[in-house]
Design a binder for this molecule. Sequence first.
Ligand code: RTP
Ligand code: MG
Length: 146
Amino acid sequence: MAIEQTLSIIKPDAVGRNQIGDIYSRFENNGLRIVAAKMMQLSRKQAEQFYAEHKERPFFGELVEFMTSGPVMVQVLEGENAVAKNRELMGATMPKNAEPGTIRRDLAYDPDNPDSADNAVHGSDGVDSAKAEIAQFFAADEICPR
Ligand code: RTP
Ligand code: MG
C-alpha cells in the first residue's frame, strides 16, 4: 500500500475544548504519524484561500468566521493510505451524520445544537489536494518524514 501524507487541521472548536490530545491519540493509534505540526491563528485571508473551492457556497462566510474564531492546530499526517484513513477517522462532514467512533461524532456533536457544521477537524480529500494544502502551511524542511 502507498505511504501518503495528508494535511489535518484541528479546528477552533476542538482546540477550545482541549481535544488536541484525544485527536492525536486517534491518529497515532490508527497508523498515522504526525510528521509536522504548528499551532496558529488563521487570518481571514488564509482561511479564504484554504477553502477557496467553497467561495460561492452559502456557508462560506460562516466557515471563514468559524475557522478564524480561535487558534487551530495544523499537522501533516503520514502513513499507509493516509488521505482516506484520516477521512475515515474524521467521519461525515456534519457531526450529526457521522458514525459513532469517529472524531466528528464523538468530539463535535452537540445535542443542544444538532445541526451545527462546527466539526472539529479538516482532512485533505485527495492526494493532489493534500500536496497543495501541505505546501500552503509547511516548508519542506519543516516536515520530518519517518
Ligand atoms: P473539510 O474540508 O473541513 O475537511 O470538510 P469536508 O471535506 O468534510 O466538507 P466540505 O464540503 O469540504 O466543507 C468544508 C467545511 O465547510 C463547513 N460546512 N458547512 N453549513 C453547511 O452546510 C456546511 N457545509 C460544510 C464544514 O465546517 C466543512 O467541514
Ligand atoms: Mg473538504
